[in-house]
Design a protein around this ligand. Structure first.
Ligand code: NAI
Ligand code: MG
Length: 365
């Protein structure tokens, strides 16, 4: 059967970058005989405008049924004064929560042509290709008790770091599976020296590792990991860590490689009946209201998110590599959207010119 894909372009530059992904999807249908059953729907501010909610129940139901969801971005200043439950971001959070997407995959990949663009030395980042797996649905952002309480004559802010064995087990398995598909090297990061959840994390990851004897497993305290990521990131391949540390480490790792406009992500859940994981793919960036509607957005983060979908949801690793190579070629040929040009930025290409260049590179592949 034809694999199904739900596209949720969202707000701001979301629809602009997604239009370029549509070109890529059409190319695969026409030139590689790789057709997708694509449907499109609303999420975020645009869904609120139409339905009075950032995610309609019908859209949620559709997301549960398809093989993969591809999302652009949500949000915008016109929605800032909305009630918390109606904010565009709630649509995104509802998708993640109801699909139970517990593993967030954030690659940090440096295309050679952009190595000069990084804030780090070129030899530190050139050819970098690592993957951070962040636990996404538990930990200190969700643990109870939480809140601000009165204690004596002052207030106390409380959050609780809490992980069950099964929560650690499932994200660890996900990371080991990924390591098996890559270079069979996994580093787990926590703070077992000062945190009970870290002690349990290390124990469970080690236990899961026995099912993956081929994978070389190491452990590192997350603070040391942050340092090593900046010092010599190429020592890592796959990193698995909790929600809080993953938030920080993946943002830091992201900046090793340059622009927000280049960063894809995947959020995976449990396997569905067909064996594929529940999955949502999205660029890391937001709706960029400052450049929306001007044809300035870099579509590469969103196109790379589709490449991740090809690899992790549709078993098309070779086609994913073809797409990544096409992007590498376009960058090597000098195509740059404004975000990739830095300060004095001369002669940027537009969003659609970048998309067309990627299609031309695919044609030549
Ligand atoms: P942002 O990621 O939208 O923009 C940050 C900066 O990066 C801006 O200067 C923007 O122009 C630039 N930028 C982002 N993506 C780009 C691209 N593809 N090409 C070129 N330049 C790009 O983050 P910001 O400004 O903090 O948030 C704007 C809105 O997006 C807010 O409403 C926020 O809530 C929402 N947001 C949504 C996210 C999502 O849908 N996953 C994630 C982050 C923010
Ligand atoms: Mg963050």
């Amino acid at each position: 059967t034809t694999p199904s894909l739900l596209i949720l372009p969202g707000d701001g530059i979301g629809p602009e970058v997604m239009a370029e992904v549509r070109k890529v999807i059409d190319w695969y249908g026409a030139k590689r005989d790789l057709a997708f059953d694509v449907s499109e729907d609303l999420v975020g501010g645009c869904a609120y405008d139409k339905h009075g909610t950032p995610l309609h129940d019908d859209t949620m139901a559709k997301a549960q049924e398809v093989d993969a969801v591809l999302l652009g971005a949500v949000g915008g200043p016109q929605y800032d004064s909305l009630d918390f439950s109606l904010k565009p971001e709630r649509g995104l959070l509802r998708l993640r929560k109801e699909m139970d997407l517990f593993a967030n995959l954030r690659p940090a990949q440096c295309f050679d042509a952009l190595a000069d663009f990084s804030s780090l030395k070129k030899d530190v980042v050139a050819g970098l290709d690592i993957m951070i797996v962040r636990e996404l649905t538990s930990g200190i952002y969700f643990g109870e008790p939480r809140g601000i309480i009165e204690e004596g004559n002052e207030r106390v802010g409380i959050n609780t770091q809490r992980y069950t064995e099964s929560e650690i087990d499932r994200v660890a398995r996900n990371a080991f599976e990924l390591a098996m598909r890559r270079n069979k090297k996994l580093c787990s990061m926590e703070k077992a020296n000062v945190m009970e959840s870290g002690v349990l994390w290390r124990e469970v990851v080690t236990e899961v590792g026995k099912d993956y004897p081929e994978v070389e497993l190491s452990h590192m305290y997350a603070d040391a990991g942050a340092m090593q990521l900046c010092r010599w990131p190429k020592q890592f391949d796959v990193i698995v860590t909790d929600n809080l540390f993953g938030d920080l480490l993946s943002d830091a790792a992201a900046m090793l490689t340059g622009s927000l406009g280049m960063l894809p992500s995947a959020s995976l859940g449990a396997p569905m009946a067909n064996g594929r994981p529940k999955a949502m793919y999205e660029p890391v960036h937001g709706s960029a209201p400052d450049i929306a509607g001007q044809g300035k957005a870099n579509p590469i983060a969103c196109v790379l998110s589709f490449a991740m979908a090809l690899r992790y949801s549709f078993d098309q690793g070779e086609e994913a590599t073809r797409l990544e190579k096409a992007i590498e070629k376009v960058l090597a040929d000098g195509y740059r959207t404004a975000d990739l040009l830095g300060e004095e930025g001369k002669d940027p290409v537009s969003t659609s010119q970048m998309g067309d260049a990627i299609i031309a590179a695919l044609d030549a592949s």
